[in-house]
Structure formats: structure tokens, C-alpha cells
Design a protein around this ligand. Structure first.
Ligand code: UD1
Ligand code: CA
Length: 482
């Protein structure tokens, strides 16, 4: 049917250094909620369903391409960062014969929502097609005056942004950068968000005509508007009311602000999905985290990486979970740290427990205060409730691990394995010198250093006899007096 103008491509500008970050790393790979900043605008761009996504990269381009992590995207190099207009000019070979919309996005806009871009594309399509009544051309009618749309917003403090100068009909006459603005222009608080949609055939006419005779000696993309006007074409402002989506992240304080805004959005999302947060201002959660209904999360909790939490689980104050898979109805008590591990349904962990390196805590097990579990499996209903280190161990079900028990898994050269079979009873302060196996229902006496395997149901004690000296206190006193 020839709806050529309904197609669009996206260009994301990510070649800049981000000088104000004062960083060794390129700006757009700095992280927000565990993902490189560029990830978020990429997601939003894809939400609008473009035919292609083109990234302009330059400064430390390999690092940036790696962070973008998109196989079917196009990467165009901008060798010298001569400005946003120059950046777009580098991509021209990819759209010079394209009869559609080119959507251009600054790479430092992590808060823009996909829906905003989708609506912008729709708006541009509507302008191209329906300005006035469709003439004889019918469905294929195109308004030949329309060259583009710039997303704008009104901000309380426009400092640093390009100002929008427009006529009464929302047509933009010019965009003036902060550094080129006179006092009067600086008063304008409608700003350029850094999101543009241009009709490709017209953009092609002007993109190589940009000049750099401005305060920053750069080729500004924003000057395209003036050039299009000179061609007799129109660029419209699409003003978006929610200005918080358009924070341009230029320094690390902007990064912190953007992260906070996004964090609150995600907390709100999970809250509406059935999660209770106490004191959400203090809760940190990353992009890949997944929560379930009736999860309850308290003050100061950090949820990182691919952490998932099942229904009815409670995470108490100041816990950190990273790549943790938490089952249903689990209690993670105050101050516990869980990394790269699995906690199955109905288990209780903490307070102040540390679980790491592929540990698996099976159903209804209890891991108590000051217990560290590393690379070990703890069977169903097994309890290790106080002051214990369990490393490289395989522990069966219904085992009781007494306070102060330690698996001595490291001999200075290698790590060795400890096996404790079902229903064994490990007395308090047992040292299990690995490799060692404790049989089913076997018992170790408290304070024993176990260096041999213990058969099923046996008792192993390693302990010197207790010597009792009667009246020793009196003797000692006399000795001191004498
Ligand atoms: C730009 C706009 C400004 C707008 C603001 C919105 C211009 C001239 N100004 O200013 O009107 O209000 O964004 O946040 O466009 N980049 C390149 N190559 C370059 C220069 C920049 O790829 O040569 C990339 C940067 O990596 C960045 C983006 O383009 O992702 C924007 O560049 P930046 O320098 O941050 O522009 P602003 O000064 O913020
Ligand atoms: Ca910027």
C-alpha cells in the first residue's frame, strides 16, 4: 500500500567522552541500577519498533559497543567528536535513500520512556499524513511541508539545555544553546530534550550544511532546524509534560539523580505488582531483579544482579542479595548477605548470615547468626544456627550443626570436601578436617577435631580427659600469700 512514511529508524548518539564525568570510562557505560546508562535509551528506542538502530560511537568505542551488547545493531564511528550534528552526518549512508522518519536520540537520556518515543513517532506520522484534510492522494497523501518534530519540555531550571524559540503555531524557529544564548533567551524554560524526528529526504538536504561558528566551535544538530526553515520546511515542537524523563546526564550528580528517579519508578512498579516496601527511599534494587506478590522488604535492603524472590518471603533490614534465588515464604533476617546462591522455600536465614558461591539451602533449613556458607548444599530441615563456617560441604537433611562448628576445608594448597549425611549430630565447636565424611545419624562430641571418616550411627570424640583438682582456688591463694 506504499505507507513509506510509516517506517522509521533510530540513531543513538554515544560517541562523546563525557568530560564532566572526570572518568577513565566513557560516560554512557557508567551504570544506573546495575546496567550501563546506554541500556535504557536503547530499550526505549526499541519499544518504538524501529527498522534499524544505529549507534554513533567514538571515544573508547570498543567498551561502548560491548556495553550496548546488540548484535543486529549498526555501529558507525565518529572519529573526532565535532558535535552532535557531525555525529549524525556520519550515519548518512544508512538513510540517504530512505523515505521515512529518522529518530535521533542523545545517548545520555536514560529516563526516557519507550511509550514517549512511540507517541512521538505516531505524532510525526500524523503530521506527515494528515496536516489538513488528506487531499486526492488519499492514503498516500503526504504533507510536503513537514520536516520534523523536536521533543521539548518545560523545566524549572533550564540551565545547560538548548532553548526552544518557536512561533504561535508550535513551529520551532531556532534552538539556541546555553552558551550562545543572550540574557533574554536564557529566560526561556522550554528546552530541547535531545530527541528529534526528521523526514529523511529533508534531513539529507541539510545535514552537510551545518557550520561550527558558535561558542563551542561544534557542529550542532540543533542548527538543522534553522536550515530546514530556510528551505521552507516546518519543524514542530512536541511538548511532553513530564520533564523528569529528560534529564541529560552530563556529570555524576546527574547520574545519581537519574538513578534515584529510575529506582523509585521500579519500586513503584513492584509495589503495584503486590510487594510491600517499608521506607522505600532506602531500598536499592537493580534492573534485572524480579519480585513476587506478598514479598515484604524492609529498610536498607539492596537487591542486585539477577535476584528473584518468591511469594510471601520477607527480607529484613540491611540485607544484600546479589544473584540470589529466593523461594517462597523464606525469611531473610536482618543484616544477611546472600550472593550467587539459592534459598529454597520456607528456609530461615540470619540475622547476620553470609551465604555465597553457589550455596544451596534446601527447604526449611535454618542458617542462623554469624554463619557463613560457601559452595555447599545444606539439606532440608538442617539447622546451623550459630557461629559456624561451612565451606565446600554437602550436608544432608535434618542434620544439626552445633555452635562454632567449622569445616577446615583448606590445607594451604587445596580445598577439600566435607560430607555430612542425613540426621547426623555435629557437637558444638567440632573441627571437621576435610576431606572427611560423617555418616548418617553419626555424632561428634563437642570440641572434637575430626580427622577420620565417621561411620553411620557412630560417635566420634577427640578430647583429652578433664583433670579435676579439688580446692585449687584455696591453694592458689595460699601460694600467693606465702
Ligand atoms: C544537547 C543539545 C541541547 C539539548 C541537550 C539535551 C546539541 C548541540 N545540544 O546538549 O540542545 O538541550 O543535548 O540533553 O545537540 N555526542 C556525539 N558526538 C559528538 C558530540 C556529542 O556522539 O561529537 C553525543 C554524546 O555522547 C551525548 C549526546 O551526543 O550522548 C549529546 O551530547 P552532549 O555533549 O551531552 O550535548 P549537550 O551539551 O547536553
Ligand atoms: Ca547531554
Amino acid at each position: 500500500m506504499g505507507h513509506h512514511h510509516e517506517r522509521h529508524i533510530a540513531i543513538i548518539l554515544a560517541a562523546g567522552k563525557g568530560t564532566r564525568f572526570k572518568s577513565k570510562k566513557p560516560k554512557v557505560i557508567h551504570k544506573i541500577l546495575g546496567k550501563p546508562m546506554i541500556h535504557y535509551i536503547s530499550l526505549a528506542a526499541r519499544w518504538s519498533n524501529p527498522e534499524k538502530v544505529i549507534y554513533v560511537v567514538g571515544h573508547e568505542k570498543q567498551q561502548v559497543i560491548k556495553a550496548i551488547n546488540c548484535l543486529n545493531c549498526i555501529y558507525v564511528e565518529q572519529k573526532e567528536q565535532l558535535g552532535t550534528g557531525h555525529a549524525v552526518a556520519q550515519t548518512k549512508p544508512y538513510w540517504e535513500n530512505f523515505e521515512g522518519i529518522v529518530m535521533i536520540l542523545n545517548g545520555d537520556l536514560p529516563l526516557v520512556e519507550g511509550e514517549t518515543l512511540k507517541n512521538a513517532v505516531k505524532y510525526m506520522e500524523a503530521l506527515l499524513r494528515f496536516e489538513g484534510a488528506p487531499a486526492e492522494g488519499g492514503e498516500n497523501y503526504r504533507n510536503e511541508n513537514i520536516a520534523g518534530v523536536v521533543l521539548t519540555t518545560v523545566v524549572p531550571n533550564p540551565l545547560g539545555y538548548g532553548r526552544i524559540i518557536k512561533d504561535k503555531n508550535h513551529r520551532i524557529i531556532e534552538i539556541v544553546e546555553e552558551k550562545d544564548a543572550d540574557h533574554q533567551t536564557q529566560q526561556i524554560n522550554e528546552i530541547n530534550t535531545g530527541i528529534y524526528l526528521f523526514y529523511a529526504p529533508y534531513l539529507k538536504e541539510v545535514i552537510d550544511k551545518l557550520e561550527n561558528n558558535n561558542a563551542q566551535k561544534e557542529y550542532y544538530l540543533t542548527d538543522v532546524v534553522k536550515l530546514l526553515n530556510e528551505m521552507g520546511k516546518e519543524v514542530y515542537a512536541l511538548m511532553v509534560p513530564d520533564y523528569t524523563q529528560f534529564i541529560g546526564v552530563n556529570d555524576r550528580w546527574d547520574l545519581a539523580k537519574a538513578e534515584n528517579i529510575l529506582r523509585m519508578k521500579y519500586l513503584q512498579f513492584w509495589s503495584y505488582a503486590g510487594v510491600t516496601f517499608h521506607n522505600p527511599e532506602t531500598i536499592y534494587l537493580e534492573f534485572d531483579v524480579e519480585l513476587s506478590p506478598d514479598v515484604e522488604i524492609f529498610h536498607g535492603v539492596s537487591l542486585k544482579g539477577r535476584t528473584t524472590i518468591g511469594e510471601d518471603s520477607i527480607i529484613e533490614e540491611h540485607c544484600t542479595l546479589k544473584n540470589a534465588k529466593i523461594g517462597k515464604n523464606v525469611k531473610i533476617l536482618k543484616g544477611s548477605i546472600i550472593e550467587d546462591s539459592v534459598i529454597e522455600d520456607n528456609a530461615v536465614i540470619g540475622p547476620y548470615a553470609r551465604i555465597r558461591n553457589n550455596a544451596v539451602i534446601k527447604e526449611e533449613a535454618q542458617i542462623g547468626n554469624f554463619v557463613e556458607v560457601k559452595n555447599s548444599t545444606i539439606g532440608e530441615k538442617t539447622a546451623a544456627k550459630h557461629l559456624t563456617y561451612i565451606g565446600d560441604a554437602e550436608i544432608g537433611k535434618e542434620v544439626n550443626i552445633g555452635a562454632g562448628t567449622i569445616t577446615c576445608n583448606y590445607d594451604g594448597f587445596k580445598k577439600h570436601k566435607t560430607v555430612i549425611k542425613d540426621r547426623a549430630f555435629i557437637g558444638s565447636d567440632t573441627m571437621l578436617v576435610a576431606p572427611v565424611t560423617i555418616g548418617e545419624e553419626a555424632i561428634t562430641g563437642s570440641g572434637s577435631v575430626i580427622t577420620k571418616d565417621v561411620p553411620d550411627k557412630a560417635l566420634a570424640v577427640e578430647r583429652s580427659p578433664v583433670k579435676i583438682i579439688e580446692n585449687y582456688a584455696e591453694k592458689r591463694k595460699r601460694k600467693n600469700d606465702g
